[in-house]
Structure formats: C-alpha cells, structure tokens
Design a protein around this ligand. Structure first.
Ligand SMILES: [Zn+2]
Ligand SMILES: [Zn+2]
Length: 287
C-alpha cells in the first residue's frame, strides 16, 4: 500500500536498504536473499516489488530475524511464508516464527501434513495446488512438482512484469517438466548438492549415498549444467544452493559451470554459491 508517497509492507515502515525503485517505484521487480542454504537449514527472503515472503523456514527463528534485520525489515514486514517441502532443514524454524508472528503459510497438502507431523501449528494455511498458478500481489507464481523424497515437494517460478525467478532447492533429477519451469528466467536458484567422486569417498553410510544420488534425492553438480545448456536468453543471476558440506566444495561446483560462462547467455551472469552459515547478497531481476 502507498501512504504519503512511501510504500509500507503490512503497514510497518521499512528501513530503506534496497534501491529506491525496488521498494518504492512502480516497476515490478523480483529479488532474493538467502539467509543460509544446505542440509543444516534453508531460508530465503523473496522480494516482490515491496512485498516480502520467506521461502522455507529451516533456520532458527533467531537466524531468520537476523537475516531480515540485515535487509532492513522484521517479521512484521513479512507477507507470508512459502514452504517447498516438509523436510526438517526447510521447516525447523517455522514453529517459532509462527509463534512470534502468525503469517499465512503457502504449501501443498503433502507438505502441510509433514508440518503437522512435526507438531507445528499453522493457523493461516494457504493450499498450493501444483495444477494451478496463483498470485502474490502483482506477481504470478507457478508451483511445480519436483522429484524428491518428501510428500508433494515443489519448486517455484515467479513472474512480475516480465521479471522472472525460478527456484528448486531439493530434487533428484531434472525431468522435462521441471526443466520447462526452470529455464529462461532472470534469476535461477538451483541445487548443486554433490560431486560424484566426493560422495563416493565421503564418510556417509552407503544407504545415504544411494538416497542422495537416487532419482528422488539430490542434484549433483552435473545437473545444473544440463539446465544452463537449455537457456535461450541472458541469465542475470545464478545462485547455486544446498551445497553439501561432506560431498562437495564451492570450487567443484564452480568448476562444472565455468566452461559455460563464456556463452552469450551467461557472459554477464552474476554467479554465487550460497553458504550454509552466511547470508548471500540480494539478487535482483535487473541489476
Ligand atoms: Zn529435502
Ligand atoms: Zn533440503
């Protein structure tokens, strides 16, 4: 809403830490800031032209609040929480966040059942149906099913005035349908979980290695290459997420995409590897 020329989110004044036209202008923009990403917890702040949503709440409430504070906002400025799936590393801070601030939670019915099994009470659930796109303000959202061993896990694609972002944090492989939702966006946030050789040699038990590399587990460093090779337009930002601390290194993840970065689509792309214990910069649909 607009009051006296200034935009407020949920009626709470914002400290101005983003570019003017991100928060206060009429130009739609999309942005994302990761507060932490990996098997110990995931949460990101989605900026949708002055509205703010969390994507997953798998970090502690304290860490989420610190991340929000760094972005110049608080829980009071959030408009809702989108949950991709119900694994602990995506929901473990959700209960505490909701105790402090009762926000709408957007998730599939399978994810809501996992949230409920974890003993988390959601007073304001908003059901996501993967067959239906929906709107968050002026932003159109396409949820899409991803192959991962949770109940109804999803990836998300956002579009607002020609600005686009796609995100898939946990998935065992890239199906043709998933590929369609991921490609040709301004910002691509995609899992780059493990290096094949490091996974084979790491200390994980063999059942866990099989789960990770299975079709409903996690995406290796090779997965991202296949997605990038299908891009037909310039990618503004690539954020590689959910990097394994046991079976991968940032250097190995980067090694896989480097040969593609001289291609026309990626010669100006900002490439970032999200860390488990540190917040990322904010990535905007137009830099
Ligand atoms: Zn998962
Ligand atoms: Zn995860």
């Amino acid at each position: 809403m607009k009051t006296g020329g200034k935009t407020f989110s949920r009626g709470v004044p914002l400290q101005q830490k983003f570019p003017d036209d991100m928060l206060f202008g009429d130009t739609p923009r999309i942005g994302i800031t990761f507060f932490g990403s990996g098997s110990r917890g995931n949460a990101a702040l989605l900026h949708l032209s002055g509205s703010f949503y969390l994507v997953d709440a798998g970090l502690s409430c304290r860490k989420i609040e610190t991340g929000l504070e760094r972005c110049g906002i608080s829980l009071d400025n959030l408009d809702g929480i989108l949950v991709t799936h119900g694994h602990g590393d995506h929901i473990q801070g959700l209960g505490m966040v909701l105790k402090k601030k009762s926000l709408p939670v957007f998730a599939t019915s399978g994810t809501f059942s996992e949230i409920s099994d974890a003993g988390i009470i959601v007073k304001n659930p908003v059901l996501i149906d993967c067959k239906r796109e929906f709107e968050l303000g002026k932003t159109r959202v396409w949820p899409f099913p991803v192959p991962h061993d949770a109940r109804d896990p999803i990836g998300l694609r956002f579009e607002s005035g020609g600005h686009t972002l796609s995100l898939a944090t946990d998935l065992g492989h890239i199906s043709p349908r998933v590929l369609d939702y991921l490609i040709d966006t301004d910002i691509l946030c995609l899992e780059s979980n493990y290096d094949e050789e490091m996974l084979s040699n790491c200390r994980y038990p063999s059942w866990l290695k099989s789960r990770i590399r299975g079709p409903f587990g996690h995406l290796s460093n090779n997965g991202i290459r296949g997605v990038l090779s299908r891009f037909k337009r310039k990618l503004v930002s690539l954020v590689m997420v959910h990097i394994s601390e046991e079976a991968n290194t940032p250097a190995l993840s980067m090694e896989k995409v480097s040969p593609l970065l001289s291609n026309n689509e990626f010669c100006t792309t900002r490439v970032h590897i999200a860390k488990q214990d540190a917040a990322s910069p904010t990535f905007l649909s137009r830099e």
